[in-house]
Design a protein around this ligand. Sequence first.
Ligand code: ZN
Length: 431
Amino acid sequence: MRTSDPVTDLLAFIDASPTPWHAVAESVARLAAAGYVALDEAEPWALAPGARVYVVRGGSTLVALELGSVPPSEGGFRLVGAHTDSPNLRVKPRAEAGAQGVRQIAVEPYGGVLLHTWLDRDLSVAGRVVVRRGERLEPALVRIARPICRVASLAIHLNRAVNDEGLKLNAQSHLAPHLALEGAGEATLLSLVAEAVGVDPSAIYGHDLCLFDVVPSARGGAHDELVFAPRLDNLASCHAGLSALLGATGPVRATRGVALYDHEEVGSRSRQGADSPVLGDVLERVAHALDPRADALARALARSVSISADMAHAVHPNWADRHEPGHLPRLGGGPVIKTNANQRYATDGETAARFAAWCEAAGVVPQHFVTRSDLACGSTIGPISAGRLGLATVDVGNPMLSMHSCREMAGAADVAPMIAVMRAFFEERGA
Ligand code: ZN
């Protein structure tokens, strides 16, 4: 349910989205409620100025556009990019594992997981299965609401050095969760999944299943100034972009929208990641639908600008020395502009200035982040989509802690300002 309070709405969005497929389904439900209609990539598209459309590729990547009052070749594109995936544990094709009278689930890490944060949590399974119905193979979302499994840590009595030497986890041998005790019953993971989908286990021909923490997101802190939630990286940015698009008033000349990609956490190279043709394919077809000239896309891109939104590292009071001392983003301190001279972020002086101007229009003061010069800088979709399409791009994100933990943390006061700045970006006239 959407509510008027953006923090409550963010928590609902996150809890509705345990996997990238659910994040896209939740986003599509919100878009459809606002009159957006699906475009099928396999069919011809008939488009008119002002149309509200979306494309889903692979079930986990979404591009949604509200066409401007003039063709993109005259008004350009204004896009917010973000990613729908988060590091987690994924179920292997043959899900059954076990030893010592315990039935376990065979899992492997997806992306840069902070492995120890998955221990001793009440976990369940969600994702997508492909089901045989008669002659057809059809995808179906699945989510088991109750805690069905848990990755147990090793007692300190059996690992006395753990606090001094750190916990060393082997991804192959230490992460299989307990699912069942032998003798307690016949349920297997796939039988539970099949039951949740309402089919016979033999009808499941393929699956993409993720583990997730069943504990709901929450506000926290003495004054409710914090957000405790999984997948803030990067569902908080998906939510901000989508909320800004759905809240933006118009009409404007620019064609505006969001591109929410899967597979950022594993390098974006896939059929539907930021390093795929997905966004270029959609923009080209939209540009040409409204302007048949051969240079329609090139002219549109030359007028375009994008915000690549991915979460930023707030300064951690216990490890403040890991930050560049002149650039210390704080939780609750507002949107962060991320810059790296070596183009691990796409920001340059021009796009940073434009973001600062949108912040000014929204009454928001931005923060700045650069990685310490003696640490390797992370990266995100900004340089990838900028490199593929030649889009002027600024990399930004809201500050957070515990990035890539099973349970992350951010500032409640940062949620509304990012949405307001993105709205100012979408509503700016004269592009
Ligand atoms: Zn991210």
